[in-house]
Design a protein around this ligand. Structure first.
Ligand code: SF4
Length: 388
């Protein structure tokens, strides 16, 4: 029942179906099914004002006004790209903002969603990493990104579906914000939410092994792993988290995840960087790694590879490989029987391509300052990178 002493309003975007049912039953003293009506108003019709929820009685609407709100992220600016990609900068609080990107393609529309303001990991080739880290996003701030895009697109789940896939691949490491991400993904997959099938929601991780296992226990979404290197020495250099969870451990956790999901594949993302990880020797190592994964699962193509040509951003020391080098790498994988699509660069005219998301991060890690210092040092050095 209502706690009259409580003064702060519950943001309903913070709750999944179960949480909302409890809120209606325990806090408002209402029937649980009322929660279903409200979910539809919010996620199917994009209505945030309780007075517009016309199938709710007047008394319930008044109760909701008093104790709840639907607070969606504020759009700071939005930018359409020439290729149909659309980017939003969403204000999260006074000083932070995150980016969300919609990428339409033949027969599908994918939304790339952020999970943190910045990122605490320090992948060397990632624009978000140069921004440092501020905080985890709440469930409302994560699902709010989907809400903003769905409203903009006029998406109607089950009918006029413009938003067909969500990838948790924006700013941040989603498994470091486990509970909020899992709750938000539950709304994405709920028929009363966005109605997406499990395999159309993908969580991408840099390889937090224990959390991959935990995810397998509570969720059935698709798993993608930011691999980027086929051996530990190189991967530790590019993805420092690899020092803690080396490739063998990471692959084993992916095997366990796929086994729980009874034969679903795992996608391995491989960002190709010129003269760093794009050589034939790397392609051959990658083939072996993927073959071992298939063998462990006794399934052809259990490991899928996505090749992503590096998207440069200001100040980075990495370069995109020549097209010929990308084709050579892909051919070596294809010749070994591995399908390895090269991801088309989308939205690069609005800095919305993979690895380019930056947002506005009030950095609490000093990494922005360090990155700026390294740029200054490089400029003083005549543009030559003196970093190891
Ligand atoms: S690649 Fe992902 S995990 Fe790595 S720093 Fe960037 S946002 Fe974080």
């Amino acid at each position: 029942m209502i706690d009259v002493a409580a003064s702060t309003k519950q943001n309903l975007l913070d709750l999944d179906r179960e949480g909302l049912e409890c809120f209606f039953a325990d806090t408002l003293g209402e029937k649980r099914f009322r929660a279903h009506q409200v979910m539809k108003w919010i996620h199917h019709r994009h209505v945030t004002d309780f007075d517009e929820m016309t199938d709710l009685g007047k008394a319930l609407r008044a109760k909701l006004q008093q104790h709840a709100e639907v607070r969606v992220p504020q759009v700071q600016f939005e930018k359409p790209s020439a290729d149909g990609t659309h980017k939003w900068l969403l204000a999260m609080d006074g000083s932070n903002a995150i980016e969300t990107v919609y990428i339409p393609d033949k027969g599908r529309g994918t939304l790339c969603v952020s999970s943190q303001v910045g990122c605490a990991l320090n992948c060397q080739f990632c624009s978000t990493a140069t921004q440092g880290f501020n905080r985890n996003l709440s469930t409302a701030e994560i699902i709010g990104q989907v809400w903003v895009a769905a409203r903009h697109l006029g998406n109607v789940p089950h009918k006029q579906r413009k938003l067909t896939n969500v990838v948790m691949m924006g700013m941040g490491e989603p498994l470091m914000n486990f509970d909020n991400v899992v709750r938000a993904m539950s709304v994405m997959r709920d028929d009363l939410g966005y109605g997406l099938a499990n395999k159309r929601v993908t969580l991408s991780t840099a390889g937090l092994v224990p959390m991959i296992d935990k995810l397998g226990e509570v969720s059935d979404v698709s798993l993608a792993v930011s691999l980027h290197a086929p051996n530990d020495d190189l991967r530790t250099e590019l993805v420092p988290l690899n020092k803690k969870y080396p490739i063998a451990e990471l692959m084993e956790s992916c095997v366990r995840y796929a086994q729980r999901k009874r034969g679903e594949s795992v996608t391995f993302e491989y960002t190709l960087m010129k003269d760093v990880n794009d050589q034939p020797v790397h392609a051959r190592e990658l083939v072996r790694l993927m073959r071992d994964f298939d063998n462990r699962l006794q399934m052809k193509d259990a490991a899928k590879v996505n090749l992503i040509p590096f998207n440069p951003f200001p100040g980075t020391r990495f370069q995109r490989p020549e097209d010929a080098a990308i084709r050579r790498f892909q051919k070596l994988l294809n010749e070994a029987g591995r399908i390895a699509p090269v991801r088309r660069t989308r939205g690069d005219d609005i800095d919305a391509a993979c690895g380019q998301l930056k947002g506005q991060v009030m950095d609490r890690t000093r990494r922005q300052a360090e990155f700026r210092k390294s740029l200054e040092a490089r400029a003083a050095n005549g543009g030559v990178d003196a970093s190891p």
